[in-house]
Design a protein around this ligand. Sequence first.
Ligand SMILES: Cc1cc2nc3c(=O)[nH]c(=O)nc-3n(C[C@H](O)[C@H](O)[C@H](O)COP(=O)(O)OP(=O)(O)OC[C@H]3O[C@@H](n4cnc5c(N)ncnc54)[C@H](O)[C@@H]3O)c2cc1C
Length: 468
Amino acid sequence: MRDNPSLFHAAATGLPVIPLFIVDTDLVKGIRSDGAVFDFQAECLRDLADGIEGLGGKLILRKGKLTEVFERIIGETHPGSVYFNMDYEPAAMDRDLAATKFLGRLGIEVKSFDDVVIHAPEEIRTSGGGPYSVFTPFAAKWRRLPKPSPLGKPSRISTPRLASDPIPGGKELGRERHIVTPFVSGGETNASKRWDSFLRERLRSYSDTRDLPYVHGTSKMSPYLRFGCISPARMYWDLAEMSLSSGRHPPVSAEKFVDELIWREFYTHVLYYFPYTAERNFRSQFDRLRWSFDEAAFEAWKDGKTGFPLVDAGMRQLNATGWMHNRVRMVTASFLTKDLFIDWRRGEEYFAAKLLDIEKASNVGGWQWSASTGVDPRPLRIFNPVIQSRRFDPDGMYIKEWVPELRNVPARYIHEPARMSPALQEETGLTAGKDYPFPIVDHRKSAEHFKGQYVKAKSGHRRTGSFR
Ligand SMILES: Cc1cc2nc3c(=O)[nH]c(=O)nc-3n(C[C@H](O)[C@H](O)[C@H](O)COP(=O)(O)OP(=O)(O)OC[C@H]3O[C@@H](n4cnc5c(N)ncnc54)[C@H](O)[C@@H]3O)c2cc1C
């Protein structure tokens, strides 16, 4: 309700407003998400419906084939104007363009607004007028631009009497739910509560703790941003206000948090200008990489049974809750691509099915970054999963939370339990290879193999990817 510009401006006209949500059954068929993601969406919609009702209006939900439903409701209601908020994912852009053309043919005014990002991709261009493909100059430009102030709630909404379908969750949409304990519940009310408590209690230590998976140090606001329960503009201004006032929160934490919001907008920018990167390597010379099809290794990765405790903890956290800590996303993605040499697209697809915060741009961006096939210009980096584990989860607290069979393993061995002596294995009740797998690969050999393949691919001719 807050900072939803299309709803705000439509209501401000004083005319009747139809707040419309279409559940596009064809789109749902094409989305791989777990039932829990649709349940989360239903919670968001219920909260929105309550909010609209509180202002005198009604959320109208229709379910069916998008164009049929849309054309039917336009025919039923003959609106003077249609207002919507932009969505910069390539498929959504195509959809909105088709709808705009259809409305144009009927002589209906269309107005679009931005709320999903603070700066639309078109607003940020290099001095030559092109798009950015490197984060640092993009971020510098982003920071220099004036920021729009967030809008409040509409003061009143009046909706004509219209039929509405019930809000469907995963079950009604025919989705099985494998994620048993989602880490958050949906809706703007929950988003605001979480955000306020993060600002009060955790922002001050964010820059120190955000990389440590065993600390509850990040905001976990990602699904709320994804489903539009809070706007990045509101977050930006709250952070700005907090770091200017009181001085209780070191500005460095607020700055770091803004950096993360910029990463999100950077990836939106990259996918907007280089839509082919949703499916293909940003750097085309890496199309030459011949990925492995080791299905047993892929299954072990998905199930968190690789014998590398940090990787396994991350995958099990994802499977159980629909979220994984950012550091561990990087480690698990690096492990899939560089240790198992499995195509990043398969990992991206698996994350897309499980993440409650699934955003195509950030997911593809994160995966291509991890596979070193994307926009990041830094030299090849290969994470050592054991070193990452020692560095970011030194006592194995995160590992022990998600890999319960390792709970009795002393901190010294928690990153490599197979190194325990037979006597210690007996003492801790964990037989390596039986109760917990041996490492499924030798990291040193895998890294060498990846490096060799990568250097060979990189030295070949590079086709320049075109931008829109
Ligand atoms: C392989 C891989 C896949 C990823 N897939 C997704 C995805 O599908 N959806 C998604 O929202 N994020 C994705 N990320 C980015 C990041 O892991 C999550 O945004 C973050 O973990 C969300 O937790 P948080 O809200 O507690 O983050 P916080 O640290 O509290 O950050 C605040 C917000 O900034 C944004 N953000 C933070 N880090 C990043 C980042 N590296 N890239 C882009 N935005 C960021 C998110 O919107 C996040 O909610 C991915 C990262 C990797 C390495």
